[in-house]
Design a protein around this ligand. Structure first.
Ligand code: CS2
Length: 493
């Protein structure tokens, strides 16, 4: 007999060990519109907001918006927008049903409803997790990419935007026209200075439409910076089956994550905000740099080296002593010395915790998933540290190996000659450059470093960096990732 679907009606019948929303869902009013309701949002901000609802402040329901695909709406609508969050580590899995979503809209199907929702006075925050590429910016500089086809579209057709930036601009304009103060724009993606970057992109977009709108965005719209952290691998069919069996009813799209969670936010919400149990600070920068450069920098390096060495998941890659030692050394010797230590943080303990999180055997976090969109990730994860070390004449061999592994990966062929499914907004250009250069380290490195949107105009002309990345790439091509790592350890004892 097919299992019943998760729903409000079935909540009281779920096993006692499953935590359920302890508030009257029908009394919740939407106060937040969230753009991009993928796994990360559902495992992170939605949990903090769920806690606020449980404490009795029911003004902060969330209307979820998918910018592209109807999949999440199709999975969650039949289950009253409820879903299960599974937090797993080596020895335990705790299940909690999250109930703060009041509805899900799919932008391409119903743009009018999305802009209408965003224009309601009760909506005081528009938050975003649309991934790095969702901001249509130039990753090297953070400025709006005015040649982005979707931005060109949205400037020509401001009433029917495709991008998050276009949507926010349309809603802000509507609020302004009706005399409703603007919502706070809360970026929850791993961009450098994420709030400021979004504000710059939004203001520029507004300026291309109307100077007055730009002025309004710059003057009136608050975009606090945030640091968000929780590892959330894509849900697998096994996860769904295991969680549904534990619930005794079918959840079409649960989210699986680790116990750890962190959220650091600049407290600048002119329209008010929920009492999230986050850390509110004046300056997010040191926290953000620590997280982007240590966690995400290590993650990307693990993803490219790990994938090339044949490891499917981060935990598998970490079980290789040469790779784990490389990551540890990269974080301790190359990244950490360049960081300003955030107040109250012990960097060595932070690094040790990261290694432990990467080793979490219960998360199947695929190296392939993290490898996606490298052109949008490398600048803030690896290249910032690289530039600072180059300026001080410090060794950059570990960081260069990370960058070289990305280059090797985006050639689109693995070490056995098989195809790699490279996902990246610049995939076609990467492929063209790789095909023109062939598997020749010098030509490949020179060609990739010439991509200014990623590497700026400086790195290709830094002889020390060019030599180091070319050497690493030559070795990856000649002997593969595993032997390259072993050689790395021999020359960097
Ligand atoms: C990962 C991040 O996919 C990736 O690029 O590095 O999603 C990472 O898991 C999160 O930032 C952790 O907070």
């Amino acid at each position: 007999m097919p299992m019943q679907r998760l729903s409000s009606a079935i909540l009281p019948l779920l096993p006692a060990a499953v935590r359920k929303p302890a508030f009257y869902r029908s009394a919740v009013l939407p106060g937040i519109v969230h753009l991009g309701i993928g796994g990360f949002h559902r495992a992170h901000q939605a949990v903090y907001t769920g806690d606020v609802l449980e404490r009795g402040d029911l003004r902060w329901g969330t209307i979820g918006v998918s910018l592209r695909s109807p999949d999440t709406r199709d999975a969650l609508s039949p289950q009253d927008c409820l879903y299960t969050l599974a937090a797993r580590d080596a020895s335990s899995e705790t299940l909690r049903v999250i109930g703060g979503l009041t509805g899900i809209l799919v932008a391409p199907e119903n743009l009018g409803a999305v802009v209408h929702a965003m224009s309601q006075p009760s909506i005081r925050i528009v938050s975003l997790t649309v991934t790095e590429k969702g901001y249509c910016h130039d990753p090297a500089t953070g400025a709006l990419n005015e040649e982005h086809p979707d931005i060109i579209h949205d400037l020509r057709h401001p009433e029917t935007p495709r991008t998050a930036v276009g949507l926010i601009a349309a809603a802000l304009q509507q609020r302004r026209a009706s005399g409703i103060p603007p919502f706070t724009v809360l970026c929850c993606d791993n961009l450098p200075a994420n709030g400021r970057t979004v504000k710059g992109v939004l203001a520029r977009f507004a300026g291309l439409r109307h100077p007055e709108l730009e002025e309004y965005v710059r003057r009136e719209v608050s975009c606090p910076c945030t640091m968000v952290d929780r590892i959330v691998p894509a849900t697998t069919p096994d996860d769904r089956a295991r969680i549904s069996a534990a619930l005794g009813c079918d959840d079409a799209w649960p989210v699986v994550t680790e116990p750890f969670t962190q959220w650091i936010i600049e407290d600048d919400f002119p329209m008010g905000r929920p009492e999230w149990a986050a850390t509110f600070v004046r300056d997010v920068a040191p926290f953000e740099l620590m997280k982007l450069r240590l966690l995400n920098g290590a993650h990307s390096s693990l993803a490219y080296l790990g994938y090339m060495a044949g490891y499917e998941t981060v935990a598998d890659a970490m079980s290789d002593p040469a790779l784990a030692a490389f990551i540890e050394r990269l974080m301790a010797s190359e990244v950490s010395p360049m960081l300003a230590v955030p107040p109250g943080v012990d960097l060595a303990a932070y690094r040790a915790a990261l290694l432990q999180r990467f080793r979490n055997p219960s998360l199947r976090h695929r190296t392939w998933q993290i490898a996606m969109d490298g052109t949008q990730k490398l600048p803030q994860r690896l290249l910032g540290t690289l530039r600072e070390r180059l300026a001080k004449d410090m060794n950059v061999d570990g960081l260069s190996l990370g960058v070289a592994a990305w280059m090797r990966y985006v050639t689109g062929r693995d070490e056995q000659g098989g195809d790699i499914d490279v996902r990246d907004p610049m995939r076609d250009e990467l492929r063209r450059r790789a095909d023109a250069a062939g598997l020749n380290a010098e030509r490949l490195a020179a060609s990739f470093l010439g991509i200014e949107a990623v590497f700026g105009s400086d790195l290709a002309h830094n002889p020390r960096f060019v030599a180091s990345v070319t050497r690493a790439l030559a070795s990856l091509i000649a002997v593969g990732a595993r032997q390259t790592l072993e050689q790395f350890h021999r020359s960097n004892p």
